[in-house]
Design a protein around this ligand. Structure first.
Ligand SMILES: Nc1nc2c(ncn2[C@@H]2O[C@H](COP(=O)(O)OP(=O)(O)OP(=O)(O)O)[C@@H](O)[C@H]2O)c(=O)[nH]1
Ligand SMILES: [Mg+2]
Length: 325
């Protein structure tokens, strides 16, 4: 079978809701981004939209446990759920991948759920590219809900916020997180704030967040609620879910969801253009011999010439690009 035949056969199994075919197609778009357009062409008649939720917070706050608890409730309500877990650990250890499986084992076997872990490093085109493509596959598969778990620390995670409709920021008892949150500008990002591990306390941190939110002006008439959960004992899950559905209803009624959908594609299109231009420039206009010359020169003569040399190189590139216009 040729590659095209393999894709054709996977697509027809995928359309019959075969989860193994879904897994294979995810692996293909993950490793070979160029194949995505070939695959997506088969879905042009599908009109289904999933509701996409992001769960974010520092390592270890309980994102995976909470995702498991939330997904279980959704499954109980008869919904189908696709989960993407962006793993902060090294792609070489694979530790958190297995860990997430263990934490979510009770739901992983459910026929209406599908889960994928991604290492946050080592993806062609970046993590948000892979996450976007997987959400598209989940949507084509007909998932009602998509949950994306990310560690709220780096730019990659900020990028993921552009892909979701409701962002839940998770914190745990202890003040460190609130200060971190202020520093990282996360306070502007959450649609809902959840204090997890409430079995270990956390009233004080909830009050702290409430106060911080009171000092913030929110556009669009949504003031983020603060919930408290114990993900292990499944306490407060219904309340958190209610906050999620309230936010969903709010953005649907106000029309903000249309803006978010637009933003999702606007972000994606720009990202793609930048990636293409970047590779075009590096292929066509960056002269590696010249770069090596500069390196030789700064190492042999003076490293403090570096900016002068770069400026010259860019000037020459400019001329090249103009010539091509
Ligand atoms: N006491 C208590 N422990 C919890 C609760 N929720 C999760 N944990 C524990 O906290 C630890 C981390 O939970 P995870 O769900 O892996 O947290 P995470 O945020 O997904 O972690 P990373 O993906 O590694 O960033 C595990 O040992 C959980 O059992 C909770 O509500 N209370
Ligand atoms: Mg996790």
């Amino acid at each position: 079978m040729t590659n095209d035949d393999i894709i054709e056969s996977l697509i027809s199994r995928f359309k019959k809701k075969d989860k193994i075919a879904l897994a294979r197609l995810i692996t293909i778009v993950e490793n070979e981004p160029d194949k995505a357009s070939k695959i997506f062409k088969h879905f042009e008649n599908i009109k289904h939209d999933s509701y996409i939720i992001g769960l974010t917070g520092s390592p270890g706050v309980g994102k995976s446990t909470l995702t498991g608890a939330i997904a279980q409730r959704m499954l109980d309500e008869g919904k189908t759920v696709g989960i993407i877990s962006v793993d902060p650990t090294s792609p070489f250890s694979g530790g958190a991948f297995l860990g997430d499986r263990v934490r979510m084992t009770n739901i992983c076997l459910h026929p209406n759920v599908f889960m994928r872990s991604l290492a946050s490093r080592g993806y062609k085109g970046g993590i948000s590219r892979a996450v976007f493509d997987i959400t598209m596959l989940y949507e084509a598969f007909g998932m009602d809900i998509i949950i994306i778990e990310t560690v709220g620390v780096g730019q990659a995670e900020f990028d993921v916020y552009n892909l979701v409709y409701t962002v839940v920021v998770i914190l745990v008892p202890g003040y460190g997180d609130v200060i971190q949150m202020q520093k990282a500008g996360i306070i502007e990002i959450g649609d809902i704030y959840d204090v997890n591990k409430k079995d270990l306390g956390g009233e004080d941190i909830a009050v702290q967040i409430e106060m911080m939110l009171d000092d913030t002006i929110f556009k669009g008439g949504w003031r983020p609620p603060v919930s408290m959960t114990d993900a292990i004992n499944r306490e407060g899950i219904d309340e958190l879910l209610q906050c999620i559905w309230d936010h969903k209803e709010h953005i649907e009624l106000s029309g903000a969801i249309k803006e978010k959908q637009k933003n999702r594609f606007n972000y994606k299109i720009k990202e793609l253009i930048f990636t293409k231009i970047e590779s075009l420039i590096s292929e066509k206009f960056i002269d590696n011999d010249e770069v090596n010359e500069i390196i030789k020169d700064v190492l042999n003569n003076s490293k403090f010439r570096i900016y002068d040399k770069i400026q010259n190189l860019v000037k020459n590139m400019n001329l090249e690009i103009r010539k091509n216009e």
